[in-house]
Design a protein around this ligand. Structure first.
Ligand code: SF4
Ligand code: SF4
Length: 381
C-alpha cells in the first residue's frame, strides 16, 4: 500500500484542446485530493518549462493549454492570484523572457485565462543546510515568495540526466546564466544530480503536473522530436513521478542519475510499481527514442585498481561530444554564452569549440542552440 503523498495520478488527454486538458486536470486534482492544498486567498506560482523561444508545436516547452487549465483550476478553488514564473536557459532578462512568453503561447493564454507573467528579474539567496551537494541557492524571487508552487514540466529526454521530468524542471528556479555556473561547480554527473535534488527539496513545489500529451524523444531537451503520448501525470512526490515517467518511456533507472541518487538517499522507492499509480493505466513505450548517452556501468565490475584508468579510456570513446555543424550555425553565440567552461568562440559568424579537453559534457551548448546545429557524437558506436 502506498501513501497518498507518494501516489502518481495518470489520466489520458489526447489533444491540447482546452476542454480535454481541463477535464484531465480536474481528474488529477480529484484523484490525489489536491484541492485540499489550495487555501482560499493564496497566491499560486506556476513553474512551467520555458527553456527557450519555441512554439508549443515543437514540444520543447510546457503547452499553454495545460498552464491555462491549471490556472483556472486553482482560481476556481479560491486562489487569489496565479503567476507564471520561469528562468529559461539563456539570460534572465525582460526582453528574453517576453520573447519566450510570446513564442510559447503564454502571453496569449495569460490574457485569456487570468494568470500573470512574471516581470521581476531579481533573485534571492535561499539556504538549505541539509543539502548533500549544495546548501544555498540563488532562486528567482517569485518562487521564494509564493504561498504555493505548482511545477509543470514537459516530459522530455535529456543528454546529461537521461530524463527531464519533475526534479529537473526546478533547475529553472536558478536565474539565467547562473545555471552554467552550477554545471561548472558540479562537473561530475552524481554531484550535479545531487545538487538538482537539493534544489528541488529547497524550493519544494507542493504539486507537480507533467505535460506528456506531446513529449520530446531523441536528443532532448531541445534537439529531439515530438512524440505523441496523450497523457497527463501528477504527484506531490517528484521521485515516484519521475520513476513512473521512466517506466513510461522504457528507460532503465541506471540511465537516470537523478533517480539513482534519490534511491541512494532514501527519497525514492528502488523500483517502479503499478501500485503507485491511480487513474488511467499506462504501458511502457519501448520505441520511445532515447538520447545518445554513455554507459560505463560494466566498468564497475572490474577490480577497483582498474576502474579509474578504464573509465578514463572508455569515457573518451563512449561519451558523446558536442560537434558543431557549421553549415547550420548562424553565429548567434547562445552556445558560447551558456558554456560553463567558456571554450566556445564565435569566429567569422560560426561557433568553434577551441579546447575539447576542458569540455565537461554538460551539453548546455546543445540544449541552447536555436538551430539544432550542435550534434552529440561518439568516437565509437
Ligand atoms: S552553434 Fe547554434 S547556438 Fe552556437 S552560434 Fe551556432 S547557431 Fe548559435
Ligand atoms: S562545450 Fe558544450 S558540452 Fe562542453 S562544457 Fe561547453 S557547453 Fe558543456
Amino acid at each position: 500500500m502506498t501513501s497518498a503523498v507518494q501516489n502518481v495520478a495518470c489520466v489520458q488527454a489526447e489533444r491540447y484542446e482546452y476542454s480535454t486538458i481541463k477535464e484531465g486536470v480536474d481528474r488529477l486534482f480529484a484523484l490525489l485530493e489536491l484541492g485540499k492544498l489550495i487555501r482560499p486567498g493564496i497566491s499560486v506560482v506556476l513553474k512551467p518549462n520555458l527553456l527557450m523561444k519555441r512554439t508549443p508545436e515543437e514540444a520543447t516547452t510546457t503547452h499553454p493549454t495545460l498552464v491555462s487549465a491549471v490556472a483556472e483550476k486553482v482560481l476556481e478553488l479560491g486562489a487569489a492570484s496565479v503567476l507564471v514564473a520561469e528562468s529559461p536557459g539563456g539570460p534572465y532578462t525582460k526582453s528574453s523572457l517576453n520573447a519566450i512568453y510570446s513564442a510559447s503561447g503564454m502571453a496569449q493564454a495569460g490574457s485569456e485565462h487570468h494568470f500573470s507573467l512574471n516581470q521581476d528579474f531579481t533573485y534571492q539567496e535561499v539556504t538549505w543546510p541539509q543539502g548533500k551537494a549544495c546548501t544555498a541557492f540563488n532562486v528567482i524571487t517569485p518562487l521564494v515568495g509564493a504561498d504555493l508552487i505548482i511545477s509543470l514540466p514537459k516530459l522530455k529526454t535529456h543528454g546529461m540526466t537521461g530524463l527531464s521530468g519533475a526534479v529537473k524542471n526546478m533547475f529553472g528556479s536558478v536565474p539565467g546564466l547562473q545555471k552554467p555556473e552550477l554545471h561548472y561547480r558540479y562537473p561530475e554527473r552524481d554531484d550535479f544530480t545531487n545538487m538538482l535534488i537539493d534544489l528541488w527539496e529547497c524550493v519544494h513545489p507542493a504539486i507537480t503536473i507533467v505535460d506528456a500529451v506531446e513529449a520530446m524523444e531523441g536528443n532532448g531537451p531541445s534537439g529531439g522530436s515530438p512524440k505523441h503520448m496523450g497523457l497527463l501525470f501528477a504527484s506531490r512526490n517528484p521521485y515516484t513521478l519521475d520513476l513512473a515517467l521512466a517506466n513510461l518511456i522504457d528507460m532503465p533507472v541506471p540511465q537516470i542519475p537523478i533517480l539513482q541518487n534519490a534511491i541512494l538517499r532514501g527519497l525514492c522507492p528502488a523500483e517502479f510499481s503499478p501500485a503507485f499509480v491511480v487513474g488511467d493505466p499506462f504501458r511502457p513505450v519501448p520505441d520511445f527514442q532515447k538520447p545518445r548517452k554513455k554507459n560505463l556501468d560494466f566498468v564497475d565490475v572490474l577490480p577497483a585498481f582498474l576502474q579509474r584508468p578504464c573509465k578514463r579510456v572508455m569515457e573518451r570513446v563512449l561519451v558523446p561530444n558536442p560537434v558543431i555543424r557549421k553549415g547550420d550555425c548562424i553565429g548567434c553565440g547562445k552556445c558560447a554564452e551558456s558554456c560553463p567552461q567558456h571554450i566556445i568562440q564565435i569566429r567569422d559568424r560560426k561557433a568553434e569549440i577551441h579546447s575539447r579537453k576542458q569540455c565537461i559534457h554538460c551539453y548546455c551548448c546543445h540544449e541552447m542552440c536555436p538551430k539544432k546545429a550542435i550534434d552529440l557524437r561518439r568516437l565509437l558506436g
